[in-house]
Every structure is written in C-alpha cells, then in structure tokens.
Design a protein around this ligand. Structure first.
Ligand code: ARG
Length: 463
C-alpha cells in the first residue's frame, strides 16, 4: 500500500524495515481513544472556523461508523498499516473521500499519539484503582473475620512479639491505600491535554486547544508544545506506582507461600487458587501467589526499559518513543491480572488460628513483656533485659517456656517476681497491652478497620 506520507520519498521501504517500523500490532488497542480524539479534533476545527460545520459533521459521522465497525468486528484492523492512527485515517478517507484528508489539519501524529496514550492510561488508572479497592476489601474481610487471632510477629523472620493476625493483614491494607492515592495523584498530572502541540512547535491555524481539552475531559492543556510531544513521564510515573503496587502484592504473596507451607501451616489457600503436582500426589502448590511474586520483576523491567529508552533522547519526538507502549501496556495488563487473582485468593483463604497461636506460644515471644514486667516493678530496662535473657536460657536448658517456669525459679532470679507475672506474660495480655496508637491491641485494630473502611468509601472509583 502507498504510504500516506509518500511525497518526499519515492522509493519503497524494504518489507522487513516496514514491519520493523510498524506499531499497529500493539497500538491497535488504542483505536477507541484515537477515534474519540479525532472526533473532538474535528469538532474543534469547525468551532474554530478551520473546517465547515458540514465537513466536521461528515468526519464525526464517518469516525463514529469506523468505531462501530471495529467494535462489532465488521471492520478488521489492517496490520499492514504503520500504526492505528494511519489506519483510522486511511479507512476514513476510503469511506469519505477528500474530506477525510482534512482531519489531520493542525495536528500531527506526535501530539495524536501522546493524546491517545493519555486517554487510554487515564481509563486504565481508574480500572486499576477499582481493582485495588477490591483487594483492600478482601484484606478487610480477612481482618474482620479473624480479628482476635494471635500469631507470632517476626523480625528477621525470627519470632519477635505476639501480634494479632488482623493487625498483620491491615498493614497491607494501609500500603494499598497509599497506592490508591499515588495513582490518583498520577492521574491528576496525566490529565492535561497534549493535542494541539502538533509536530513540536504548535501551529499557524487558529486552533482552540482549551475547547478540545474540555471535550475530552482534561483538566487543562500541556503548556509547552515541545514538552507535550516529548515527555512520557506520565507513563513512567504510572509504572513507578504500579511497581510499588506489585512490590506490595509480592511481599504478601511471599508470606502466603510461607504460611501455606507444611512448616508453617498458618493458612490454607483454597483449591481455586492452588495447583497439584504432576508427579507428587501430596502437593498443593501456591502457584498464583508465586506468579504474582514472579510478575513483579516484569513490571519493574517495564519501568526500567522505558526509563532507559528515554534517558538520552533530544527533544522533541523520536521514533524510540514508540517503545513506550509495549512497556506501559504490559505493566498495566500484568497489574490488572494480578489484582484480579489476588483479591479472591485472599478473601477465600482459610486461617488456621490454632497453629498460629501454637507458633506464638513457642519461641519466647513474650520475653520483652517479661522484661517490661520487671521495669514496671522498678528495675532499669537494661538490667531487666539481661535477667530476662538469663531466664530464657534456663527455660531452654530445662525444656520449659516462660509460662511454665515455676514462680520459685523466677524468684531465684529476682525477688520482684510475684504471682501476677503469669497474667502479664500471657499472650492475650501481651497483645492487649500494646495500646499505643497503631499498635496491635484489639482496640487499635478496630480503629484501623474503621479508618480503612472510611478511606475506601471516600475513593472515587468506578468498579
Ligand atoms: N506509531 C508512532 C508511535 O507510536 C506514532 C507517532 C509517529 N510519529 C512520527 N513522527 N513518526 O510513536
């Protein structure tokens, strides 16, 4: 097919080079945004007196027909075209004749592609925010259903202090809430219209960029034409935010994998989110959690790829920038897929409260509380810490735990110990005493749940 840009050049492009140059295989997903943008462009051209009302009406009707035909499948994308922008314009011209050739007045593919991408990503952000809300809901369900379950809290993956399972789960809800707000922020910065920047320098036609921006639901226009066609920071910002989402999902997935192992047995993932082994009949593998963890690397890679592509580019548009789309599309697709699996997997997992409690009872997880007991009786913390360490060593030597060591033994270490000690080191007491704001007490967990609920209600997301 003759190139739409044929004129300056007469020779044919080598078929391999042509294929190499083409982006339609991946940018065809922008067809709706491309057509919507072109409709607004036609409307602006006539409002500004650059095209007649009749011409604009014809263009808009023609574009509407193409959209309908692509949606219904009556029109197939021609993968021989260079990109989706060329394809739509070609079909429009085939259908309308010369008036179709007027659509591209006062714009360039450079501002057109920037526009399409912003429109597309704006929608994707809304969808991803909706999916994150569902993931937070799933976490809330877990926290609420198992509010009082005690588990060991870890540092260095060593049992550290007893905590409520719900407290642990809510930590992730807080992280995802921040992801939501980061994405809302990214959307705000992205929602400025680049159309009308044209190839790089603006245009001599009396265009009305504000009109076109309003038509397309933007908050304003990009204020420098070179910036509008050159930067892809909105893609990078989005991919950074998505990398953080994945990092959070991945850390939780790692914990689910650990917790569902025979060694831990804290939770059981339902059959719907596990697989069997082809050779070992006893296996129940947490593949979905592993894949979420694995795909995190992919999203980081997408971010790195585009950062690297852009770092040395002079202004304004360079063809290197065509590489933006596969990276950002892959990141968006991957995050959506992961969130879709994550939420129901988390909502449906079974908690083995007894095992969590048992694990919390071993490992001298209440040793800090033993030290605190002595501090409250007047001993300086460092001395109390040392004494508690010695008591732990004695328990280990005698195969006991702090709860089963007799009072006489305690008193041989310090006369400060009394009968009330046992209540003090009881795991439930240990948890309940952590009433500091944001701590693991039940009251704190309840207020966290209320906070997350309220924050979710305040989100403007369309799911
Ligand atoms: N397919 C191109 C891209 O995705 C569209 C912009 C082409 N602009 C140009 N001057 N060749 O970046």
């Amino acid at each position: 097919m003759a190139k739409m840009w044929a004129g300056r050049t007469a020779g044919a492009v080598d078929p391999l080079a042509d294929d190499f140059n083409s982006s339609i295989r991946f940018d065809c997903r922008l067809y709706r945004q491309d057509i919507t943008g072109s409709m607004a462009h036609a409307a602006m051209l006539s409002a500004a007196g650059i095209l007649s009302q009749q011409e604009a009406d014809q263009l808009i009707a023609g574009l509407g027909g193409i959209l309908q035909d692509l949606d219904s499948g009556a029109l197939a994308v021609d993968y021989g075209c260079e990109d989706i922008h060329m394809f739509v314009e070609q079909v429009l011209t085939d259908r309308l004749g010369d008036v179709g050739k007027k659509l591209h007045t006062a714009r360039s593919r450079n501002d057109q592609v920037a526009l399409d991408l912003r429109l597309y990503l704006r929608e994707q952000i809304d969808q991803i925010r909706g999916l994150i809300c569902q993931a937070i809901e799933a976490l809330l369900t877990q926290a609420e259903e198992h509010k009082s379950v005690i588990m060991p809290g870890y540092t260095h993956l060593q049992r550290a202090q007893p905590i409520l399972y719900s407290h642990h789960i809510l930590a992730y809800a807080m992280m995802l809430l921040r992801d939501l707000s980061r994405l809302a922020d990214c959307r705000k910065r992205l929602n400025q219209s680049p159309i009308g920047c044209c190839a790089l320098a603006g245009t001599t036609y009396p265009t009305d960029r504000q009109f076109e921006a309003r038509q397309l639901g933007f908050d304003g226009v990009v204020r420098n034409s070179l910036d509008g066609v050159s930067d892809r920071d909105f893609c990078l910002e989005l991919m950074s935010d998505l990398s953080l989402v994945m990092m959070h999902l991945s850390r939780f997935s790692e914990e689910l994998i650990l917790w569902s192992s025979w060694e831990f047995q804290f939770i059981e993932l339902t059959d719907a989110y596990t697989t069997g082994s082809s050779i070992m009949p006893q296996k129940k593998n947490p593949d979905m959690a592993e894949l979420i963890r694995g795909k995190t690397g992919r999203v980081y890679g997408d971010l790195m790829a585009l950062l690297t592509t852009l770092k040395g580019l002079p202004l304004a548009y360079n063809k290197d920038m065509q590489e933006d789309k596969e990276a950002v599309f892959d990141a968006v697709d991957t995050v959506k897929m992961c969130l879709q699996v994550f939420a129901p997997m988390v909502a449906s997992m079974k908690v083995k409260a007894e095992n969590m409690k048992k694990a919390a009872q071993g490992g001298f997880i209440n040793a800090t509380d033993l030290a605190d007991y002595l501090v409250k009786k007047g001993l300086p913390f460092r001395s109390a810490y040392k004494l508690s360490g010695q008591i732990v060593a004695k328990c280990i030597a005698e195969g006991l735990v702090l709860e089963t060591l007799p009072l006489e033994d305690y008193q041989s270490f310090s006369p400060l110990f009394g009968q009330d000690l046992y209540e003090h080191i009881d795991l439930i007491t240990c948890v309940e005493k952590r009433i500091s704001e944001g701590g693991t007490s039940l009251a704190s967990v309840e207020s966290q749940i209320a906070y997350v609920r309220r924050a979710l209600q305040e989100q403007e997301v369309t799911v």
